[in-house]
Design a protein around this ligand. Structure first.
Ligand code: XMP
Length: 525
């Protein structure tokens, strides 16, 4: 195990991610972790970056016992300052901030010092790195040598002559340092001799053990599921950990995809054994949406009504749970937060509230005095998919395109009616079916049908039809911040148009939308 001590840098989780990619097991703990309290001995320690200056009176420092472990230590950015601080204290100079790309020059050594080169073994003498720091070293701590420089810093990399201690000013964990992963590999695998036998199955075991310890023998957890991959994976993990003491709730808001609620029920209950309650609140949602055409108002109505429905159900479940012989109170709220949703890393003062408010289901956990449990918070989307696969979640669900919380309501321009919802659901189902049949689903990031405002004229048989206008949208994107329209061939689009025209009653025209983002957004509203 590599112990990663977190000083609060926004990049710390990336260190653990890079280690996972190397199949090396790591544990991330706050930098204030008492070494004597560790039930295991790490093979090496990484001190992360952090937003502080080691000069500051309230600056965090590691337990000095870390230097008695007799294992290799790598300090990154603040971690380098921390290493130096513990080896002299008087060697630091603050002032100038450095942020961005830099060219690193590696210094090689010979003879007795040659071992200090192991951190950069196999790498070329110059490499591009990413810098983000305030403090830097003014001179070397005693018995340390320089192993790398930049034009801005004579001590961009240092190493101890006596011990396996290394410090680097740059961030090897970010992709802006293209060879960074090799630096981490040199440290973890070659220097620390960490085993490369970590797998997603091992993550599952560890996370289940963590959940059990956290929730205790009787504790109960509640959480919302949507049919998307994140909430399903989180729910399955909870089910594996605590069985029926996890209560999943799906709110059918009437603007889900066609048959979505039914399918989620089948997959989660029958397929995955998750204890799920489905609330059919579609009539309530559709009544509240009647006549509302402003997109933000639609979003608010759906968001608020969701919270009301969920809270009501949660209280019911809680009342029942308190009655059972197991007598556990519902104390926990499951959230499928992923690492990119986490604004900042765990602060050194302990886990803090660090999630975007919209992920917080309208502040529900605070209102209901529930504590958050977030089993996916260290993971990225691709890792969640891998985890989902290893938990036996069906392929189609693992690779499902994202679907917005307000659902089809923001894919119907203007006011939502049950008739329009039906048309969009049916057209969408055909579009997705054809995309899957053509083997294009994975190449496309998100695809859906939407309904334009107004009607157009068409002729069906001998009849003049004044019908609805469906727009199809399919985009490719890596981060959903920018996106390009997918280029289908005409034959494919014609096939979809024919099927929608024949099978969905009330549609007169089918358009394909080609605007990229920007200037358009992915959704129509
Ligand atoms: P836009 O339309 O902003 O969409 O380019 C980017 C991504 O966000 C999704 N989206 C939403 N998701 N609530 C959600 O949960 C919303 O109000 C919402 N609006 C857009 C959209 O589907 C796409 O994946």
């Amino acid at each position: 195990t590599i112990l990663v001590l977190d000083f609060g840098s926004q990049y710390t989780h990336l260190i653990t991610r890079r280690l996972r990619e190397l199949n090396v097991y790591s544990e991330m703990l706050p930098c204030t972790q008492k070494i004597a309290d560790l039930p295991w001995k790490p093979k090496g320690v990484i001190l992360s970056g952090g937003p502080y200056s080691v000069y500051a009176p309230d600056a965090p420092h590691v337990d000095p016992a870390v230097f008695d472990l007799g294992v290799p230590i790598l300090g990154i950015c603040y971690g380098l300052q921390e290493l130096a601080w513990h080896h002299g204290r008087n060697v630091l100079a603050g002032e100038k901030r450095e942020y961005g790309h830099a060219g690193l020059q590696i210094q090689r050594h010979s003879g007795k010092q040659a071992h200090v080169d192991r951190l950069f073994e196999g790498l070329q003498d110059d490499m591009e790195v990413w810098m983000s720091h305030g403090d830097k070293l003014s001179h070397l701590p005693e018995n340390f040598v320089t192993i790398a420089t930049t034009s801005n810093s004579s001590f961009a990399g240092i190493a101890s002559e006596e011990k396996e201690y290394y410090g680097i000013q740059f961030h090897p964990e970010v992709t802006h340092t293209p060879k960074g992963k090799e630096v981490i590999k040199n440290f973890a695998v070659n220097i620390c001799k960490a085993r490369q036998d970590w797998t997603m199955e091992a993550f599952v075991d560890k996370e289940i053990a963590r959940i059990r310890a956290l929730v205790g023998e009787k504790g109960q957890v509640i959480g919302a599921v949507s049919g998307g991959v994140d909430s399903t994976v989180a729910a399955k993990l909870m089910q594996e950990a605590i069985g029926d003491r996890f209560h999943a709730v799906l709110v059918d808001n009437g603007v889900l995809r066609k048959d979505e609620a039914k399918q989620v029920k089948e997959t989660l209950t029958a397929g995955l054994g998750v204890n799920l309650a489905v609330i059919d609140a579609s009539a309530q949602f559709l009544a509240l949406l009647e006549g509302v055409s402003d997109p933000e108002k639609k979003r608010k109505i759906i968001g608020n009504t969701f919270i009301d429905c969920f809270q009501q159900k949660a209280l019911e479940i809680a009342a029942k749970a308190a009655d059972t012989p197991r007598a556990g109170k519902i104390e926990w709220f499951l959230q499928g937060t992923l690492y990119p949703d986490v604004i900042e890393s765990i602060s050194f003062k302990g886990p803090s509230a660090t999630i975007k408010t919209h992920h917080n289901v309208g502040g529900l956990p605070e209102k209901m005095h529930l504590k958050l449990i977030e089993p996916l918070r260290e993971l990225f989307k691709d890792e969640v998919r891998e985890l989902g696969t290893s938990l036996g979640i069906p392929y189609d669900l693992v690779w499902r395109h994202p679907f917005p919380g307000p659902g089809i309501a923001i894919r119907i321009i203007g006011a939502v009616t049950p008739e329009k919802v039906r048309i969009v659901q049916e057209a969408d189902q055909i579009f997705i079916e054809e995309i899957k049949a053509a083997g294009l689903y994975r190449q496309i990031s998100q695809a859906f049908a939407a309904l334009m405002e107004g009607k157009a004229v068409g002729v069906v048989g001998d009849q003049r039809l004044h019908g609805h206008i469906i727009a199809l949208r399919a985009v490719q994107t890596t981060d959903f911040m920018t996106a390009d329209a997918f280029e289908f061939d005409q034959k494919f689009l014609k096939r979809v148009k024919n099927r929608i025209g024949n099978e969905v009653e009330g549609v007169a025209r089918v358009l394909y939308e080609i605007t990229s983002k920007p200037p358009a957004t992915i959704e129509f509203e």
